[in-house]
Design a protein around this ligand. Sequence first.
Ligand SMILES: [Zn+2]
Length: 269
Amino acid sequence: MSRTWGHQIRRLADHVVDRADRFGHTCATGKCQGLPIHAVQWNYITGRGGRASYTTRHVCDDHGAKFAAKHNLTIGDPEPERQHPVATAMQAMTSVPGFEPRRRVRVHRTAAGQWYLEQHATGAGMFSHGSRWMAGAPTRAPMNQAIAEAELLLAQLTLVPVGEWTLGAAEATVETAPAYHVEPWASRRWLMRVACNDRGMWQLHQVLDTRFPPIVTDLGNHNMTLDRAIGAAGEHITNCGWFLDDAWIVTDDVAEQTGLHPDQARSVS
Ligand SMILES: [Zn+2]
């Protein structure tokens, strides 16, 4: 009795093949160095319990053709694009007009004089909470020093205060929002930069302001050229709903241009 059944083979979508090449991924058959072109799949029985399971492998043109011939299969078209359910849910939530993932932030001093930062996030059913000791604010530091330290920590999350802090005896609270929702950053363009790092990885850096950490996306480290990195960056940027201003400006091995975050692009349109 056969322990495997339900063999299938499909071509991979062009952008999946392109990505596999950019990251140097190879055929899943033995030591084959071929570029993955096809996805093969089959069902099998696992363990003594006899549970049915399945496996999927990405294989090259050659090994795909052999698999198809062996199992008498026609090679199918790429699987239709499916968006990740979490991405879909996030999009549905954040595209509600007026939705802003606001967080109330509180700094407070304990009886021992240590400063803590607390965050409460709300918005469309999301709620989270966290509390952390602010190592950068010395014990018994004055309130303004604790607030300055809190704003530095918030900037690491690209969050900024909306309005003034409300001061209490040993605590202060403020509402925060993503910087790109709040002026002056809401109307500021992001700098987009495509370059190769010192480990040979081409990356896209998206920078709103030097006070906030850049958004870094790996573009590939195999068979790469600046043109190819620009192409991959452009595809990634538009797929994620960002707005690009113009053409890339190329200087040596670096390409730059400006653009808007999806939330900024929405509020402009
Ligand atoms: Zn192969």
